[in-house]
Design a protein around this ligand. Structure first.
Ligand code: PLP
Length: 384
């Protein structure tokens, strides 16, 4: 993949906009035609035409071309949020009476979609831990239609063997969808491993500046055309042209941001692994991860998310650790320029049985100097 070309040039036609190097924001809801016959021609092929911004918009189109190329997909759609992308892709793949196999700990609202919302339409889901292909085979039913993966997830980073699950899905004529937000198209390319549909929260590293919420669906021309005509135009979860433009701006620096963040995070992981106040460090590429060989096989690198289990389950001490961090904002989300800390105790009670440890604290490493972050963590850990 010629990454620089994709990020800097693909889809941009500067001479069409006065030679402007930065493409303009086409802040328009609709597009006009010279005569009725031209409008009629456009309406017969809405996917390829500029008619109305709920369908296509030139600023958004540039982004679609770049993200499809980066993901190794034929086409992409950009939506108003990661969840708009996920719900649109999932709804396009199932109908009443279908069964879904999903990993146990996907993003919380993906879980809600499959466990609460879809059962209202008689679509049932079996949740499996997903670390072994046997579990997929065991969960298969005559009415299974789709598998939904998230590898790794973004709290405890369990992986699925993507190639093996894609083969299993093909063999059983199931649609496979993966949430690839963790890795981004730079660090993991599931379409090349046989997955049908890749979804992303572009709010995270693709935007990268904590100022826009957006999502992406990448797939084949055939699947994207179907989603466009049915769910995309009907559900209408589109992105504003300005937000698409912000994502284009985010993409320009994505490879350097990711490189910096990934390198800093490895340093921080090594520091935390040796720290006496840390019981365990969870990171796909950490030496203690039982799935590290699989991580090496299918991922290029890890990102800036790392979870630690503190050597205490005392909520006051966990809070004190978080509150004493100077360079980490206390916040949900991840993938921005700034470091964040998100403790499980902010949303879970000690007695809850979610499978996520109460003393888990998730860090999202940003673009700050790693030495500064390490000193900050070391200082705050004195409170544990
Ligand atoms: C944030 C996130 C989402 C949801 O994306 P939004 O842009 O917030 O709607 C989905 N999956 C993962 C893994 C996420 O981290």
């Amino acid at each position: 993949m010629d990454l620089s070309y994709i990020i800097n040039r693909l889809g941009e036609e500067n001479q069409q906009y006065f030679g402007a190097v930065a493409p303009p924001i086409m802040q328009t809801s609709n597009f006009c035609y010279k005569n009725v016959s031209e409008l009629r021609k456009a309406i017969t092929n809405e996917k390829k035409s500029l008619i109305y911004t709920r369908g296509n918009n030139p600023t958004t189109e540039i982004l679609c071309k770049k993200l499809a190329a980066m993901e190794g997909a034929e086409e992409a759609l950009i939506l108003a949020s990661g969840m708009a992308a996920i719900s649109t892709a999932v709804l396009s793949s199932v109908k009443m009476g279908d069964h879904v196999i999903c990993v146990q700990k996907p993003y919380s609202w993906s879980f809600h979609l499959l466990s609460e919302l879809l059962p209202r339409f008689s679509v049932e889901t079996t949740f499996i831990d997903g670390t072994s292909i046997k579990q997929f085979k065991k969960a298969l039913k005559p009415n299974t239609k789709m598998v939904f993966l998230e590898s790794p997830n973004t709290m405890t980073f369990e992986l699925q063997d993507i190639k093996a699950v894609a083969e299993f899905a093909k063999k059983n004529k199931l649609i496979s969808i993966i949430d690839n937000s963790y890795s981004t198209p730079l660090y993991q390319q599931p379409i090349k491993m046989g997955i049908d549909i890749v979804v992303h929260s572009a709010t995270k590293y693709i935007g990268g500046h904590s100022d826009v919420v957006a999502g992406v669906i990448c797939s084949s021309l055939k699947i994207i055309e179907k989603i466009f005509k049915e769910e995309f135009l009907t559900l209408g979860g589109i992105i504003a042209p300005f937000n698409a433009w912000l994502l284009l701006r985010g993409l320009r620096t994505m490879p350097v941001r990711m490189e910096r963040i990934s390198a800093s995070t490895l340093e921080i992981v090594r520091f935390l692994e040796k720290h006496p106040k840390v019981e365990k460090v969870i990171y796909p590429f950490s030496t203690s991860n039982p799935q590290k060989e699989l991580a090496k096989k299918q991922m290029i690198r890890g990102n800036g998310l790392v979870s630690i289990l503190l050597k205490t389950t005392d909520m006051k001490k966990i809070e004190a650790f978080c509150n004493h961090l100077k360079y980490f904002h206390i916040a949900v989300s991840w993938g921005g320029y700034e470091s964040l800390v998100f403790p499980v105790c902010s949303y879970m009670k000690k007695e809850d049985k979610s499978g996520i440890p109460f003393n888990l604290v998730r860090l999202s490493i940003g673009l700050e100097e790693p030495e500064v972050l390490i000193a900050d963590l070391d200082h705050a850990l004195k409170n544990v």
